[in-house]
Ligand binder design. Structure first.
Ligand code: FES
Length: 152
């Protein structure tokens, strides 16, 4: 693993312990997750105990300790979306991507997740891709959406 990128991130934050969350955000942007080797390196470089770094890494839901795909596809399974057909959308996505929720596609293009209510119940069923919401989905629209991001 190329730790020079991590050193650059640390330098950008002046090797300041108080900037740990921002440093972890930059690491996650760079690697799409927080690799164990990188967390060890940060621990040694900033002289922060490793358990403390893991505490921060697991506290924020935005951080992932597992490799993730280029695009994070989260299907809302909240009550309103469920009633409006979310189970069908989830099955469509699973079949199209050939993975289960919590998994990555072999080409690391997608990570599939389920979430509970993203606050857009009126336009359910809803999918969130990389933070953007797509509503009023049908199976066909879901496949079109997934294909669109596959080309990125
Ligand atoms: S239940 Fe899906 S957005 Fe609220």
């Amino acid at each position: 693993m190329d730790l020079t990128k991590v050193d650059k991130i640390l330098t950008n934050h002046k090797n300041d312990k108080a900037m740990l969350v921002a440093i972890l955000q930059d690491v996650q942007d760079e690697f799409r997750y927080l690799p164990k080797e990188v967390l060890n390196h940060i621990s040694k470089s900033l002289n922060i105990p490793l358990p403390e770094i893991y505490d921060v890494s697991t506290f924020y839901k935005a951080f992932s300790l597992k490799p993730r795909g280029k695009h994070i596809c989260s299907i809302c399974m909240g009550t309103a979306c469920h009633v409006r057909g979310a189970p069908v959308i989830l099955e469509t996505a699973k079949t199209h991507l050939k993975i289960e929720p919590g998994q990555n596609t072999p080409n690391m293009q997608y990570t599939l997740n389920t979430v509970n209510c993203v606050g857009a119940c009126a336009v359910g069923p809803v999918i969130q891709v990389d933070g953007s919401l797509y509503g009023n989905l049908t199976s066909m629209k879901t496949i079109q959406l997934l294909k669109k991001f596959e080309k990125d």
